[in-house]
Design a protein around this ligand. Structure first.
Ligand code: ADP
Ligand code: ADP
Length: 229
């Protein structure tokens, strides 16, 4: 399990506007660190930099001490699994959706990931059924079940780093609790960076970083930050 480090990262999309203003933090191996902050603070930008959609203007992003610009795209993608807020499923079996785009995925890996995401009974089924009647193999997945497919997809190649990007914010609160429990379970033995805008969704983070206008306004444990409020 790797350590993820942001070391004085400065970045903007346009040269006249700096978005991240010298951001430094570390996610220790196997820990769970969460970033919260208002919309526009730069949270998603952190995710995009970690995936190297962009490179920092200055500063470094390291995985186990190695600058990610020195890591091949293939290894970077294998190292980091992202659970997005929302994902689109093809009208193919859940199993196919889990393996899609992941070269050389075995049935074993699909089943194991589906089991970890608690979606295993559905892997032979189609995700969306049909308009009027549920088709032969079709079923209509709920938002929570769809999110379980996304989690299985993320886990299928067993990435040691997880990035949870508002992973439950599209769900109603009861479903959110179920999915949070699953995410808690699957992130326990991985290095996890969560992005969220509500403190309630990141109760299990070891450290919470409060990002405001591209700077860390505060950092601390969940209970310490709640006391401040
Ligand atoms: P490179 O790695 O290509 O030598 P840099 O490390 O300087 O370039 O920057 C990485 C990316 O960020 C490049 O695409 C560069 O154009 C862009 N960039 C760097 N500094 C600025 C800046 N001050 N304003 C806008 N874009 C910048
Ligand atoms: P958050 O995830 O915290 O809501 P983002 O990281 O998405 O914030 O955005 C931070 C800032 O960067 C915002 O002001 C946003 O408008 C700006 N921004 C995001 N993406 C782009 C882009 N592709 N080009 C220019 N500005 C962008």
């Amino acid at each position: 399990r790797p350590t993820v480090t942001f070391d004085n990262v400065v970045f903007g999309y346009e040269s006249d506007r700096t978005i991240l203003q010298g951001l430094s933090f570390e996610v220790p191996a196997g820990d769970n660190v969460a970033i919260v902050g208002p919309s526009g603070a730069g949270k998603s930008t952190i995710a995009r930099l970690l995936f190297r959609f962009y490179d920092p203007w200055s500063g470094r992003i390291l995985i186990d001490g190695k600058d990610i610009s020195q890591i091949t795209q293939t290894s970077l993608r294998a190292a980091i699994g992202i659970v997005p807020q929302d994902s689109v499923l093809f009208n193919e079996t859940i199993g196919y959706n889990i393996a899609y785009g992941k070269d050389g995925t075995s049935d074993q890996q699909v089943m194991s990931a589906a089991r970890d995401a608690s979606i295993l009974p559905f892997i032979e089924q189609l995700p969306q059924g049909f308009d009027t009647e549920v088709g032969e193999r079709g079923l209509k997945l709920s938002g929570g079940e769809k999110q379980r497919v996304a989690i299985a997809r993320t886990l299928v190649k067993n990435p040691p780093i997880l990035m949870l990007d508002e992973a439950t914010s599209a769900l109603d609160s009861r479903t959110e609790q179920d999915i949070l429990a699953t995410l808690h379970r699957v992130s326990r033995d991985r290095t996890t960076l969560s992005i969220a805008h509500r403190l309630s969704t990141i109760a299990d983070a070891h450290e919470i970083l409060v990002l405001d206008q591209g700077k860390l306004a505060e950092r601390g444990t969940h209970s310490a930050l709640l006391q401040h409020d």
